[in-house]
Design a protein around this ligand. Structure first.
Ligand SMILES: Cc1cc2nc3c(=O)[nH]c(=O)nc-3n(C[C@H](O)[C@H](O)[C@H](O)COP(=O)(O)OP(=O)(O)OC[C@H]3O[C@@H](n4cnc5c(N)ncnc54)[C@H](O)[C@@H]3O)c2cc1C
Length: 485
């Protein structure tokens, strides 16, 4: 061991939920030499970018909050996106990290040279850091559908995460492509405003009914005056969501059967026209795709000005969408709620690790990492919400917090001088991947649907064990799983 602890310099890439968390936790641990690089001009990531009508969390707000920054003020059980964005901005401000963020400059490359990371930005800035934290998000790069003629559309067309607020919605003929959580949330929010609202459905979704009551002033006052109540709410929600997380990794569990029953009852009791009901009935099991949660979608789709289009899209024309049956659906606004490139992670940024090996080489087949956080041969480079991590209907904040505490334990080895470089060993990553690929076989994600969880081989790119196991694994890094130099 060296005598003096090393003074480490950090580069955090991204100032969304995970980047803010990293900056706060580094400060807390006395690591004050860091810069957060954020290509946009504000913090917030997902919640800054997504501003579509109806956006809300689909994890209860008291669970979708940092453990170190609970707030009594959430307006609803599932609070709106604007409020979540305001929460992240407030937490960043209260912890004084704004001055540590370099806004408006995208990191384009990270290169490991002589034991340190050399960082280049689009704006021509150069920096050097000992440790890189990639907090660049997973639902971040919009996925545009491959539909002929999109560029010919004469109305307004945009991706759900790039909402054009100049476009008039009231009374307009609006089409939404996609049926995921985003499409469902915006459908319910737009139906009362649109003249006509058409949902272009490729795949029907199971919808889990969840009421979204507001918190009363009394409840919020009670949370404020009695923080123990806040802790209790969070603990109860954690227990509830753990049940869900554990159910989906065991396709035959009684809880999974219960969830499937709730979704089926929701469809059967709340959609009255038998023909519409069948068109809305998925032909795969509930939970196979990320479960969509909504208290009001079935009500919205049955409104007189609502239309479910199940005929496939042939092409887009100047006037609207033409479906394969030859019918033209005339539209003024077309929203592409078609999700994200979930295999991009920090790309297009280029990353070059030890001995000139690039991320493009390493991820030529598909993204992979040991425990989602470390890539063999890319020392002192860590990811939050990286490849194959927990996904599902639970809080990614808890995931990122656990991962960051795990990473800090590896960083501590650098700080005290036990080593100068640490990254996962290839053998550990391969073993981890083999075990993961075996375990996914009993999850509900492989029971016969197309979803963004599945990689190019049809293997879910997710954590296939219980959430408790994730918590346990994140307690302490396995000594032998890492290479130290
Ligand atoms: C519509 C929607 C609803 C969601 N709802 C939920 C939910 O209910 N519960 C839940 O747990 N999760 C939800 N998520 C997932 C959500 O993405 C995460 O919860 C969380 O916000 C991710 O935070 P992050 O910091 O990891 O990534 P992001 O929020 O994506 O932030 C990444 C940041 O990195 C910046 N960045 C990226 N690359 C670079 C670069 N090269 N240089 C500089 N800056 C860069 C980006 O500009 C961005 O600000 C939702 C996602 C979407 C899209």
């Amino acid at each position: 061991m060296t005598e003096q602890p090393r003074v480490l310099r950090f580069a955090i890439i991204g100032a969304g939920m995970a980047g803010i968390l990293s900056a706060i936790k580094l400060e807390e641990r006395g690591f004050t030499d860091f810069t957060v690089f954020e290509k946009a001009d504000r913090v917030g990531g997902t919640w800054r970018e997504n501003t579509y009508p109806g956006l809300s969390c689909d994890v209860p707000s008291h669970l979708y909050s940092y453990s170190f920054a609970p707030t009594p003020d959430w307006s609803h059980r599932f609070s709106p996106g604007k409020e979540i964005q305001a929460y992240f901005e407030r937490v960043a401000e209260e912890h004084g990290i704004a001055d540590d963020i370099r806004f408006g400059d995208e990191v384009t490359s990270c290169r490991f040279v002589d034991g340190r990371w050399h960082i280049e930005t689009a704006g021509g800035h150069h920096d050097v850091a000992d440790v890189v934290i990639a907090a660049t998000g997973v639902l971040h790069q919009p996925r545009y559908p491959d539909i002929d003629g999109l560029e010919d559309f004469e109305g307004a067309v945009f991706h759900s995460s790039r909402w054009n607020h100049d476009v008039k919605l009231d009374g307009a003929r609006i089409g939404i492509v996609g049926t995921g959580s985003t499409a469902v949330q915006m459908f319910s929010a737009l139906v009362d405003r649109a003249g006509r609202l058409s949902l272009f459905q490729r795949t029907a979704q199971w919808i889990m009914p969840q009421e979204n009551p507001p918190y009363t002033d009394e409840e919020r006052a009670a949370f404020r005056s009695n923080p123990e109540q806040l802790t209790e709410v969070r603990a109860n929600l954690t227990r509830m969501f753990d049940t869900f997380a554990n159910a989906i990794v065991d396709a035959d569990s009684p809880e999974m059967t219960m969830i499937a029953g709730m979704c089926r009852d929701n469809l059967e009791k709340n959609v009255h026209d038998p023909e519409l009901r069948e068109r809305l009935r998925p032909d795969y099991r509930a939970g196979c795709k990320r479960l969509v949660i909504s208290p009001d979608f079935y009500g919205a789709i049955q409104r007189p000005n609502a239309e479910l289009v199940t005929e496939g899209i042939d092409r887009v024309e100047g006037e609207g969408v033409r479906t394969r049956d030859g019918k033209l659906h005339e539209l003024e606004v077309l929203v592409l709620a078609t999700g994200f490139r979930t295999d991009a992670f920090m790309r297009p940024m280029s990353v070059t690790g030890r001995d000139g090996r690039t991320l493009a080489d390493e991820w030529a087949a598909r993204p992979s990492a040991y425990m989602s956080v470390s890539i063999p041969g890319f020392p002192n480079f860590f990811m939050l919400n990286g490849p194959n991590g927990p996904v599902g209907n639970f809080s990614l904040i808890e995931v990122a917090e656990l991962q960051f505490d795990y990473i800090l334990q590896l960083v501590e080895r650098l700080r005290v001088g036990e080593c100068r470089e640490v990254s996962a060993s290839r053998a550990a990553m391969e073993q981890h991947e083999a075990a993961r690929e075996e375990a996914v076989k009993k999850t509900v994600w492989v029971t016969g649907c197309r979803s963004w969880y599945l990689d190019d081989r049809g293997i879910p790119a997710t954590w296939p064990w219980s959430f408790d196991r994730f918590r346990t694994e994140m307690q302490t890094p396995h000594e032998a799983a890492f290479e130290y130099r």
